[in-house]
Design a protein around this ligand. Sequence first.
Ligand SMILES: Cc1ncc(COP(=O)(O)O)c(C=O)c1O
Length: 384
Amino acid sequence: MATPANSVERKQQRQIPVCTPLLDGRERAYVDDCIDTNWVSSMGDYIPRFEGAFAKICQAPYAVACSSGTAAIHLALETLDIGPGDEVIIPSFTLIVSANMVCLTGATPVLVDVDPDTWCIDPALIEARITPRTKAIMGVHMYGHPCDMEPILAVARRHKLFVVEDAAQAHGAKYRGQAVGAIGDVGAFSFYANKIITTGEGGMLVTRHQAIAERAALLRNQAFEEERFLHHHVGFNYRMTNIQAALGVAQCERLEEKIRRKRQIAAIYDELLVDEDDLQRPAAAAGCEPVYWMYGLVLRDGFGRSKREVRETLADRGIETRSFFIPMHRQPVFQGQHRRWPDLRGNFPVSEFLGEKGFYLPSGLDLTRDDQERIVEQLLLCKR
Ligand SMILES: Cc1ncc(COP(=O)(O)O)c(C=O)c1O
């Protein structure tokens, strides 16, 4: 039998994951319904229900469910007819999906550095990277913090460019009162298991434009048309299943609650770290209502320890963290040695700095205040 001392020790040792999905609503009932009614594939009521619920969250008239956030980004670019010879501006600090999907269309990603405070694409640096081949600007709402959309839209208007929002990490975040995703021409969300709402795997394209939504729905389903097996376009199997959508409907019902919780977790970290000048914390930019998907930190020199040392020490103490992205200009695949993929090397100091010094703390919806106090205590013990 465990003695009290042992249980205290075990409690101290509880592994704290960086994130866990929370399926505590009507998920099981809805999935059971799919099984009971035999609607388990990509037809069934939950798909339009999920699309409707998510469109509402995004204050957008159209939402098209698909198999992943990656698929949603690819569909977004395809609906804008982006292809060989085109350029798409993306942030250098992002998940490689942004660059990969541009490459997959045959277009070339063009990198722009990010803002040191918001970690999102720096609008002031975009115009210098525009060429006659530029077709779109893709902003990534990093870690749940909206990009500064107004100057991005202004530069896009001046040069007649499309604006794509990668909102994979930012469900429900708002920019000047408007939900992210459909502020630009087309937006993409991910429902991977670590996202604020999840369908296991899954994605959603959102837009204000009927033509974009119709084309996305067509391309998601092999470009099948009325006359079966006659095709005017190259399409894909990017369909979402009814079972995934059933999870999505249940998750949408609790989105507000989940966002509240994410903000509360961020507020507790902010409170516990308020005196730590050697750590840069996430900043809510003016006019933005971020959703704090993950709580990122950037080590300043005064902290006296490298990111690797801090993360390894925390891991030894049962606390999982995740490194920030390695920027695109540092990716071996984009160093000019591949026949098919572009050379993206360049000078992007903020992305470089964030990639070197940034990581995020556990941010799962099941974190307790005790967990957060333990995480911060152990983090500060790393300090030299
Ligand atoms: C910024 C960003 N874009 C795109 C994706 C891709 O989403 P998925 O994993 O659903 O394909 C992710 C996933 O984590 C992401 O963080």
